[in-house]
Design a protein around this ligand. Sequence first.
Ligand SMILES: Cc1cc2nc3c(=O)[nH]c(=O)nc-3n(C[C@H](O)[C@H](O)[C@H](O)COP(=O)(O)O)c2cc1C
Length: 407
Amino acid sequence: MRAVFASRNRHKAEQVARLLPDVELVLLDEVAPGLELKEPFDTFEENALAKARTVAAHTSMPAIADDSGLEVDALSGAPGVLSARYAGEDATDDDNNRKLVEQLRGVPEDRRTCRYRCAAVLVMPDGRELVAEGTCEGRVVLDGRGNLGFGYDPHVVPEGETRTMGEIPLEEKLRFSHRGRAFRGLAEKMRILETSAQAEHLQVERTRATLDESDVQTGPFRQFELWMREALERESGEPNAMTLATATRDGRPSARMVLLRWFDERGFVFFTNYESRKGRELAENPQAALVLYWGSLQRQVCITGRVARLTTEDSKTYFDSRPRGSRLGAWASHQSQIIGSRAELDERLRALEDRYPDDDIPLPPFWGGFRLVPDTIEFWQGRPNRLHDRLRFTRTEEGWILERLSP
Ligand SMILES: Cc1cc2nc3c(=O)[nH]c(=O)nc-3n(C[C@H](O)[C@H](O)[C@H](O)COP(=O)(O)O)c2cc1C
């Protein structure tokens, strides 16, 4: 995808280009040199959306924006959305940092807790919008150190660190920073949007409160994609979260949440520990069910089918794309087994950090993806008086058949 980055901050543009390697980022001045971007709102999300909407409307291109800032608890959340202009409209980083230090002089170090927040957004010219947020907890130090960052970085020490954000090299910082987290979340949502079959050709319909046979003529995967897109736009939190139900060989069920990582006409993919309870149950009984629920849209999708493991190669490709912390976490956790204490887990993680000091972390042999190949996919649309619409696709040798079920 080619998208305009709705900011003139070159530090941010450099970070975002690294965080969204699949996006061809166009600089704002190349396509809209005089365009003024405002941040008039009280939240990072609204400010980022305002900038991206302005750019998308002006250029008719997809627009990516972020808004970020520092919230200091001892200052009741200031400077917050005013971070860039804390010391005045045309304030420089130095002016803002000087003001921050003045405000916090006399506040003991253990009370100078703070967090960086970032909202990253994508706005499409047709009005579709994706939003993802990231935070990074830390504390403010009065003596600024390091010139590897910008903004308040020389004065912010992230949790678990002794160095300031200004002393941590960019590549390392992006793994845990608010901007790194926000844009990885955005990339994940964009990937779900794009990996589905023939995404580009799909006519996006606005949310409707009914579900007709004529709406779903394109088949279950296109219908699922349509609903997933609308959920990504409308639903806060994690619209790709789903309940996965499995059962033992003799039919004792269990259920838990997992994240849908991608889907296409072959099925629905999630990742987990193959030796976890669900992993073991799926090994002895591959029949499973998934349920997705989007409350703001009054919608549910229920899917049944058989699971199969992804190839090691596909699991590795996905594993390698995960942040370092998640990859080490996959090694550290003997998922579903009883553990003596939290400290044991933390100790295991520390040992793994020493064992894999650089980014070369192998795929654990016990971790990977499952694809649920569906036999049935039911779309449920909430309607008044509990007279909901339920349309179920069932796979047959001749293709999918569509039936309406009583609510
Ligand atoms: C929103 C949400 C998403 C989750 N996503 C995953 C996931 O993608 N993979 C996973 O193994 N566990 C995920 N979990 C944790 C599982 O729900 C569960 O605790 C864990 O996998 C162990 O389940 P088991 O003992 O039944 O195998 C998620 C939990 C929540 C609340």
